[in-house]
Design a protein around this ligand. Structure first.
Ligand SMILES: *[C@@H]1O[C@H](CO)[C@@H](O)[C@H](O)[C@H]1NC(C)=O
Ligand SMILES: *[C@@H]1O[C@H](CO)[C@@H](O)[C@H](O)[C@H]1NC(C)=O
Ligand SMILES: *[C@@H]1O[C@H](CO)[C@@H](O)[C@H](O)[C@H]1NC(C)=O
Ligand SMILES: *[C@@H]1O[C@H](CO)[C@@H](O)[C@H](O)[C@H]1NC(C)=O
Length: 380
């Protein structure tokens, strides 16, 4: 009975507040996303024509889905919470992708700084923004020719009312540590952020007004970085994460946050939300058992066994000959107990936790409004 009343109250609450929400103007007709593998829904593999092997995708899509994950990414959960469909990757052209409610320019391995010959992804931030501008021009051209494609492409207004999301910067820092000292990495942060600012300015000049920025996570806690830079235990913090990498991520985020505050002052007719993903992920890794996880650091899918189950020579799902014997980087059979999927990326379970924390509003600047439809659209 008590439960019933509780349900009715919740229902009344939703009923009462739903109409209000519409007028608060917090529902987005579309979303455009820019970033790296944290939010790549298939762009890199389409762009380079490469494959991701099973067990990637096993927990949700039942097959590799272009994501470096066993299932959904935080951006997928975010789209779901906003009542929007999963984003199609810009470069994935087969099958008449429906891009009406948005498009994803994020590509795994991408950096904010321009790519070089040795970059994993040629689609660095400036290119992603250029791709968006091309996309927008094409859409406007097609719209001017009639209504035939209206189901597949955004309307002109969606480019103003849509949400522009960003999750990029991790590869700039992680990559730099291979050839630079910590001081040099730290000193390069303003240059990286200047490039980010240029991209935001281009989007603003093109009419973008709603920005959603994720800061960078604790990259020192990724098995890939621990394996390479944490061989000397004095380099690790008490969680077993590489201290230098997390220091770089924190300084990057401090300056990133300052930049978003500056942009908010500069673009007074825009809304810029900065989300502290670092704190969410670090707290998950610190207190993983409290949130239902058993392995905060060790990769679920990899080769080598504890403590990291990571070998840079074989990526998740691959079989290779090492030392003359054939070995496979296999997945664990309980990935929902792991925070880390493949040494570099988070599991679907961790991504879902990240979204649940974003939705508390506590990690956003400015804090999320109580009236966000997000908060009543939860469907886990
Ligand atoms: C920014 O947020 C305020 C407060 O919710 C809202 O009134 C305004 O319409 C928003 N502006 C844009 C461009 O979304
Ligand atoms: C982990 O949990 C403890 C106890 O609740 C809390 O004091 C601590 O701040 C948490 N650590 C992080 C990084 O959130
Ligand atoms: C390869 O074989 C050598 C010699 O047997 C051994 O010392 C080494 O640990 C092996 N490496 C791997 C990755 O198995
Ligand atoms: C999950 O798998 C790991 C490694 O295979 C194992 O140690 C752990 O006990 C498993 N946990 C559950 C809940 O099955």
């Amino acid at each position: 009975m008590a439960l019933m009343i509780w349900y009715l109250q919740i229902f009344a609450y939703i009923y009462l507040f739903s109409p209000l929400v519409e007028t608060v103007d917090f529902s987005y007709p579309a979303a455009f996303n820019f970033g790296d593998s944290n939010s790549d829904t298939g762009d890199l593999i389409a762009g380079l024509g490469i494959r991701i092997e099973a067990p990637n995708g096993q927990a949700y899509f039942r097959q590799p889905s272009g994501r470096f994950c066993d299932g959904r990414l935080t951006v997928d959960f975010l789209m779901d919470a906003m009542n929007l469909p999963f984003l199609n990757a810009y470069l994935d052209s087969v099958g008449a992708p429906i891009l009406q409610k948005g498009c994803n320019f994020a590509a795994a391995g991408s950096t904010i700084l321009p790519a070089t010959a040795s970059s994993i992804s040629p689609f660095s931030f400036g290119i992603q923004v250029a791709q968006f501008l091309h996309f927008k021009d094409r859409v406007l051209q097609l719209l001017s020719k009639g209504k035939k494609l209206i189901k597949y492409i955004p309307t002109k207004e969606f480019f103003v009312q849509g949400l522009y999301m960003f999750d990029i910067g991790q590869n700039d820092l992680a990559g730099a540590f291979y050839s630079k000292t910590e001081d040099q990495v730290l000193a390069s942060i303003p240059t990286i952020l200047l490039e980010f600012e240029t991209g935001i300015k281009d989007l603003y000049d093109q009419g973008a007004r709603r920005f959603w920025i994720h800061n960078t996570g604790p990259l020192g806690c990724l098995p890939q970085n621990i394996a390479q830079f944490g061989k000397d235990p004095s380099k690790l913090d008490d969680l077993g994460c590489v201290s230098s990498h997390n220091r770089a991520a924190k300084l990057f985020n401090l300056q990133f946050h300052a930049l978003s505050t500056k942009l908010r002052g500069q673009y007074t007719d825009a809304n810029i939300t900065y989300v502290d993903i670092f704190s969410i992920k670090y707290s998950l890794i610190s207190n993983s058992s409290k949130y239902g996880f058993e392995q905060p650091i060790m990769a679920c899918c990899g080769y080598g066994g504890p403590p990291l189950n990571y070998d840079s020579r074989i990526s998740c799902g691959q079989t290779k000959s090492l030392n003359g014997s054939s070995v496979t980087a296999k997945g664990c059979n309980n990935s929902s107990k792991y925070v880390n999927w493949d040494g570099t990326h988070y599991t679907e379970a961790a991504n879902q936790y990240v979204l649940s924390q974003i939705l508390t509003g506590k990690y956003s600047d400015p804090p999320l409004s109580q009236k966000m439809p997000f908060l009543i659209n939860l469907k886990f």
